[in-house]
Design a protein around this ligand. Sequence first.
Ligand SMILES: Nc1ncnc2c1ncn2[C@@H]1O[C@H](COP(=O)(O)OP(=O)(O)OP(=O)(O)O)[C@@H](O)[C@H]1O
Ligand SMILES: [Mg+2]
Length: 1021
Amino acid sequence: MEGALIARDRVGVQDFVLLDSHTSEVAFLNNLRKRYQENLIYTYIGTLLVSVNPYKELDIYTLTQMQLYRGVNFFELPPHLYAIADNAYRVMCSECNNHFILISGESGAGKTEASKKILQYYAVTCPTTDQLKIVRDRLLLSNPVLEAFGNAKTLRNDNSSRFGKYMDIQFDFKGAPVGGHILSYLIEKSRVVHQNHGERNFHIFYQLLEGADKDLLGWLGLERNPQKYAYLIQGRCAKVFSINDKNDWKIVRKAFSIIDFSERDIEHLFAIVATVLHLGNIHFEEDSNGHAIIRDGTQIKWISKLLGAHLSILQEALTNRKIEARSEEVLSPLNVDLAFYARDAVAKAIYGRTFTWLVNKINNALVNKDSSRKTVIGLLDIYGFEVLDTNSFEQFCINYCNEKLQQLLIEMTLKAEQEEYEVEGIEWEPIPYFNNKIICDLVEQKHKGIISILDEECLRPGEATDLSFLEKLEEKVGDHPHFLTRKLADQKTRKSIDFLDFRLLHYAGEVTYCAMGFLEKNNDLLYRNLKEVLCNSKNFIIRECFLFSELDSRRRPETVATQFKNSLMSLIEILMSKEPSYVRCIKPNDNKEPGKFDDSLIRHQVKYLGLMEHLRVRRAGFAYRRKYEHFLQRYKSLCPATWPNWNGPAIEGVVKLIKHIGYKPEEYKLGRTKIFIRFPKTLFATEDAFEYRRHLLISRLQAKYKGFLGQRAYQKKRKAAIKLEACWRGALARREAKRRTWAAQIIRKFINGFINRKKPLCPENREFVMLSQYKYLLKLRDHLPQNVLDKSWLKPPSIMEETSEMLHKLCIRTLVRKYCRGVSVERRVQLQQKVVTSAVFRGKKEGYQQSLNQRFLDTRLKENEINPRVLQLIQGESIKYVTPVIKYDRNGFKARERLLVLTQAAAYVVEMAKIKQKVEYATLKGISTSNLSDGIIVIHVPDDNKQKGDVILQCEHVFETVTKLCMLSNKESLVKIVKGSLRFRIGSGKEGTVVFAVGQEPQVFRDRNGQLTVVSTPGPP
Ligand SMILES: Nc1ncnc2c1ncn2[C@@H]1O[C@H](COP(=O)(O)OP(=O)(O)OP(=O)(O)O)[C@@H](O)[C@H]1O
Ligand SMILES: [Mg+2]
């Protein structure tokens, strides 16, 4: 509600207590109208709910709405029936006490609808179990059954409840509905036999005729046509557009089965309903003696069958009256009028009592046998104040009931107000209000009240009439300020009161009653012989309703008014012990039209419902009161000291708050737990300030919330990232650990392999060996000798030695092969020569090393440089090599320039055009050179005459020349490298010596000893 204080300009105030001019009826009506036109049918007066019938379906009774109001503080949400229901329920649960919700208002104002909605609310929102669902369904379905038998179409309401109903809903300690109990009040029996124009009898008659199947109707002796039944057509509107009897019949039938009605119950119940219809069609005629007789026995036969009563006894009972004269019983025939009266009386009696039986039957189905403690919420759906054109006994009872309830309300409200003031420690300011006890007393006081006087008239012997009753009233209560008759009235008012009328000044206004029929209605007599027939009926319901004990009893039965008074007393007693909530229903117009707000009609109801009175009581002290916590909670944002949180006691916070806002001392009072604000304007000013502040706060909150959302999203992402990182790191670590384990195994294996490497191949060393082989091979691949001369070779592990050797050989062989393939013919020739040179000279003669780099020429002189004569001489032999040499004479050692020509077969020493000496290779005895760097060659020839002796030559290219000679002669082995000196043959048996020496300068000379001395400079090896 606080929330909607804001909308007050458009929709008025939600609590009349907040009206500025709370005593003005106009302001009251304006507020009601404003709200009604906005479809806001509910308004509070404090905790009392005023409801205006919308006459259209509003979207405010949905499941969502029920959930919305469930468990919410009463003032948090706009006024609603659900708020009232929920509040009662919650207080009941928390304080374990009993409650009632009193729903009143005039016919058609929406009382029954309201009570049904409350019941639905409990059915939906209260906790329940599968077991308890049956109770819940029975509670809900008791309504259609009671409405079928107790409601009827009237001019004011198509579904008017023609009885008062009080229903207790019992809840267990968990707050689940576990049972119920219904009390009914004053069913309008007269309707069974008579309806005003435009009205109908109770719904069940029409439902039965419309909905029952053929068999049932046949069994009951009924026809499917309400026009055939005298009791159904007096209002001339058996068929009503807004009522679907056929459909309602189905609902009632279903309800019967859920409320535990047996087939027998149902059969006998409808037998009674049919009996009433047949009774209505009995027609009496006058016989010659003026006595009533029934000519057409059809109806009575059916009744006899349906009630299981003897036909003739029944017939006799309907046309005669049994009179007890002293100890005798005499039958007195009835005249036609009395017969009709008796017939109607029996119809009313059996219907009325059957209704009571029905209520009891439903109560049996709702009873909760569990003896555990229960709390209850009572729903009282009772007729409101009734003022008709002609007000009779029924209106008298109804209005008396409303007086009593008004008294209860005033007392309870005042009591509650006073109690609240006391509890809160606020000084009680007496509230002026009208106490209607005086009217109640007028009606109900023993011996002096109207009911007592009426009873007296009914019971007294002699001819009592309605008029005599009226006179008695004048006599006994004539001086009462709230009582008036034509006789007692002054000149002016007399006109408005008829001779048989009396007027009561009720709290809600004056009502004029017509005393006619009071006595008869109060007596509600049924002739004894008819009662006997009913007591003997085979219909068990009738038997239960009419007990023999009643016949035997000598006491007169209680009159209707006394019965009603007593039941009302016990109702008030029931209510007094409970906490009250009130719903006041208002009918907005007489045409059942939505949206139409009939001012005068409503003003009338506002008055009769005592709403202004109630408002005055509520507003006498303070317009608004709230617990400190709630007040602080709502308005704390208005004061820096209390915003955002107040940590001290709420009262201190409120004091700070109102001081800050600037409340004046006369505007408020501080109770123990509540603040009381005297004027609505103070509250509205606070509310306006709050509204402004709220806007500011909301924007701030929105910003904060957006920030929070951003932060939350960021945190979420961050967490996710951290998680991912952790997972990834974990994965990496696991991978690394796996790798390390693997590595450790490998290393272990490796070490093991290393330790066992020398053993023959076995599992321990296999891998290591293979690895080292592999490694060695890999390394070897990169360190292979690059050429044939490269002698390097990677040292193998011991296990690979053999392989290595083989590989080495293989490699060398490959290199050699490769080398050889790359060698040209010319180079091969060179090499072949060098090989020979090497074989001959290597390590033996100085200059050998240098000679290796010197290319051997094919020849030093070409053929064309040789004297043709010589060529001619050696024709036939191909010249292989020619070089200039110095030949030393064997005698005298004179140096002479010559050519050495080597052919295939022989070596020639040539001088110009002469061949000086020819040495055939075949005869060649040897070739000598020194170990020094001189170029001396001595070709040793055989020791025969043809030869001149050994040839001493000196040539520049000693290695080349000797090699060629060796190769051509194929006499390598004959070459001798001498040290110091050599002996040579001069010819004819003589020998000479060549001495080799080392000196500063190379020279060749004949020394004193006649030896050829060859001096050479020391050279490289
Ligand atoms: N809250 C509501 N929403 C819509 N229609 C409603 C509401 N309350 C009442 N009505 C309409 O008003 C009609 C009369 O209501 P209801 O039967 O409850 O009146 P009542 O006060 O019980 O009258 P009576 O005293 O004759 O029993 C209903 O049939 C329904 O059409
Ligand atoms: Mg009703």
